[in-house]
Design a protein around this ligand. Sequence first.
Ligand SMILES: [Zn+2]
Length: 349
Amino acid sequence: MSALSVDALRSRFQAALEAARTPADLKTLRDEFLSRKHGLVTALVKSIASATPDEKRTLGAASNALKQEIEAALDTREAEAAASAPPKDALDVTLPGRRPFLGRRHPLTQVRERVEDIFLAMGYQVIEGPELEDDWHNFEALNMPAEHPARDMQDTLYLASPVPVPDGGRAATLLRTHTSGMQIRYMETHEPPVRVIAPGRVYRRDQFDATHTPMFTQIEGLVVDEGISLGDLRGTLNGFAEQFFGGRVATRFRPSFFPYTEPSAELDVECQGCAGKGCNLCKHTGWIEILGCGMVHPAVFEAVGYDSDKYTGFAFGVGIERLALRLYGVDDIRMFYENDLRFLEQVAL
Ligand SMILES: [Zn+2]
């Protein structure tokens, strides 16, 4: 080893330092030259032991100077790198922003609110009642006594044992099969005139398939006053259909049967999918059934103590899921309950 080696080592270090870019490069460099075990400068110093006394003097001083020079150069560069490096949790302002996901109300809620808004504008009041119901309000007062064959139309979910209802009177024995019980609950506690809608969940012993669910949503409507006629019913529901579907929409009333209305009807609207020409949505009839309705049966008035000679009224029941299916052109009711965001983000009023 000679003094030349010191110069050669210095040149090699300077070239390497020039090429170093990252803190990792500097660390590699420090290791290569200054490591106690295998560093190049360390090897140079160790070689002095075998040199002549004259060589020892000059070489010792030169190698020491080189060692300090390299250390100083690395210290400087490392300090610079540390100063310019961003802290680990730094905010990178050049990254594109993250778009926040905006939640919205469920399609079924939107449809329910749309129906409510239309009737609120017509002066109706929104009321709510219990989903656990007793036999009187769900059946008997609605002109369906114990042995009435119409009870077979409803596959009822009965409770294993009766539970008290908040109103304190009768014990609940079933999950309500329709919101029509709210007609009774309201008339029992209010005198005419009546103008209410009652939205809420109802339950049936149905299978869960494309067109059935064991739980769904209805909106019940009830109007009672002196001189209420079938014409009022038709005018009200035609107005509702026009507002709900937007613009003029053809409707028809088809005779039907419910124990608690007489006469009873189903309201059909012209199919929005085919403008009445016939398509899969309307099963090629050109019409879509949206609700059941009728004039309140005198037996219902008697059950709640209203004078059926003095008062008349009409009632209707809208299925929210059914309306939503028509409105969104969806063919499987289960999509409303599976909470797949890809679906929920697509359907909106
Ligand atoms: Zn159609």
